[in-house]
Design a protein around this ligand. Structure first.
Ligand code: HXC
Length: 512
């Protein structure tokens, strides 16, 4: 019979084996590749000393390809729970030093276990991905493991926040778990995601492309719109996740966490008075208004490199997190196109699912004309944004700073699709279309340039302002730019107990 001491020694030995992972040589290789180990990453992500590991001693059960001779405790993923800013989160980190972090049946079981627990306890799940994909030796059991995870990703969607970091390879079908989560954060130059890699592409389509060009962090942050944020290195990537979770409730039954700030709710900003130029064709930076309005000028932009004509991101007003959606007149005049519509629609739906009020800042000349846009389906993609704003039942506060033309006026959280408070600057222009376009249609037969110019001026005076809409009650108040913060905070406070419910249905049918 073993003595107590021997029993404790046995536990020490097994724990130690698990901590070593794939061994010193593979850890060195990981570091040489500029990457951290799974445990180092968790150590940075979570509050100091809060990580509690689960399933440290799990091993795979594969007996093909002599795998029974090669078992490593933990089996390529480190999982458990801990805290970020004192709040519970669940985490799994693929351990590339063990079988390349690949997904076996046992390894998938560990991920599924923390995802299940996160759902039960109502806390976010954060996945740190760094894996060679399906463990080839396990065949279809690995595919089954992926599908179990995908299924749970979908069940958890809208119930708990799900965040994915991509910190190494994430290829093949493995990309679909991160793709089903709410946010993907990638690290510059050491992470990549693709369904098929450069070699397969070369064979099939004869295109030559590097891994980085095809699926690196910048590609997915700026071109494909697959990723939402990017860190210069792993530490910055993990810090971004900490910052992001600070804006989010732990689950869909909670309100987002209030963080009181010393920033005065009545703070006025004189510099905003002159920000929007009198000439409607001159651009200005909408970000100035956002950063002026939010607490401590602190704004976390989501998807900053993609569809820059639309700004999305999180800030706080009087301590309460808000989601901000804003046209950016400094880029493509803030026009609504396919990419900006989809970007904003997804963000709006996330905010609505997690009780985060929406602040919408509008300066939009309309939808982008063009054959590419029409062939690409701007009708259905624009409809996504219209659907998302209409469907959202969180408090919706809208401020029109300048242009709100045509269908884009309706789409951008207008009163008519359920905004609670609609404000406008005196510089707002709310009409079916801009003066030049309108005159060209209405006065098509007036030939003289002088007559046209006069008509444009008349139209501008009559319609390119917020007063018609205010007379009709579509705009609740016309405000001075300097009082933007104060007015948004008052509106938000008024709407904070908003409650609306729609007819019972299984789910709507957003035009995907
Ligand atoms: C089993 C794997 C593996 C895999 C890597 N390893 N991928 N073991 N199954 N899929 C092992 C390697 O044998 C090696 O073990 C260790 O992980 C590290 O791999 P290296 O090749 O040494 O590392 P590196 O040079 O950095 O290259 C990483 C890599 C490469 C680019 C990921 O390993 C690779 O291309 N792997 C194959 C990827 C793949 O085709 N996966 C299946 C995709 S299909 P040792 O013992 O030497 O350290 C898929 C379907 C998912 O995933 C479907 C979901 C529905």
């Amino acid at each position: 019979m073993l003595t107590l001491e021997e029993k404790f020694r046995e536990l020490d030995k097994r724990n130690q084996e698990a901590l070593v992972g794939g061994g010193e040589a593979r850890v060195v290789k990981q570091h040489q590749a500029g990457k951290l180990t799974a445990r180092e990453r968790i150590g940075i992500l979570l509050d100091n000393g809060t990580f509690e590991e689960i399933d440290k001693l799990v091993k795979h059960r594969c007996t093909d390809f002599e795998m029974e001779k090669n078992k490593i405790s933990g089996d390529g993923v480190v999982s458990g729970y801990g805290k970020i800013d004192g709040r519970l989160v669940f985490v799994f980190a693929q351990d590339f030093t063990v079988f390349g972090g690949t997904l076996s049946s046992a390894n998938a079981g560990k991920i599924v276990k923390v995802m299940d627990m996160a759902m039960k306890m109502g806390a976010p799940v954060i996945g740190l991905n760094d894996s060679g994909g399906a463990r080839i030796q396990e065949g279809v059991q690995s595919l089954a493991g992926y599908a179990d995870i995908f299924h749970l990703n979908v069940k958890s969607s809208g119930v708990i926040p799900q965040i994915s970091a991509i910190l190494g390879p994430c290829a093949g079908g493995a990309v679909y778990s991160p793709a089903l989560t709410d946010f993907i954060v990638m690290t510059k130059e050491s992470s990549y995601m693709f369904v098929t890699g450069p070699d397969v592409i070369k064979t099939v389509t004869h295109e030559t492309v590097t891994k980085e060009e095809l699926g690196g962090a910048m590609t997915h942050n700026s071109k494909s719109g697959v990723a939402h944020l990017m860190g210069d290195d792993e530490e910055k990537t993990l810090m971004l996740i900490r910052e992001l979770t600070g804006f989010l409730p732990s689950n869909n039954m909670e309100d987002p966490p209030v963080r009181p700030s010393g920033d005065d709710s009545d703070r006025q900003d004189e510099s905003l008075q002159n920000l929007v130029p009198a000439d409607p064709n001159k651009p200005y930076d909408m970000m100035v208004i956002i950063e002026s309005a939010v607490d401590d000028h602190n704004f976390l932009e989501i998807m900053p490199h993609y569809a820059k004509n639309m700004i999305t991101g999180f800030g706080r007003l009087a301590g309460r997190p808000v989601g901000i959606v804003a046209n950016q007149p400094a880029f493509l005049a803030g026009v609504l196109d396919i990419n900006s519509s989809v970007k904003a629609a997804r963000f709006v739906r996330f905010c609505d699912a997690f009780n985060i009020p929406l602040i919408t800042l509008v300066d939009v000349p309309g939808f982008l004309p063009g054959v590419n846009q029409e062939f690409g389906g701007i009708i259905k993609h624009g409809a996504k944004l219209l659907y998302a704003f209409s469907e959202a039942t969180v408090p919706k506060i809208t401020l029109i700073t300048r242009k709100a033309y045509g269908g884009a006026y309706d789409v951008m959280a207008s009163k008519h699709i359920g905004a609670d408070v609609n404000l406008a600057y005196p510089t707002a222009e709310i009409a079916v279309m801009g003066p030049e376009g309108a005159v060209n249609i209405i006065f098509r037969h007036k030939i003289s340039d002088k007559e046209k110019a006069d008509a444009v001026e008349d139209y501008r005076n009559a319609f390119a302002n917020p007063y018609k809409a205010a007379e009709l009650g579509y705009i609740d108040e016309i405000i001075y730019p300097r009082e933007t913060r104060k007015k948004l905070i008052s509106a938000l406070e008024m709407a904070q107990n908003k409650s609306v419910s729609g007819p019972s249905r299984k789910h709507g049918n957003i035009p995907l």
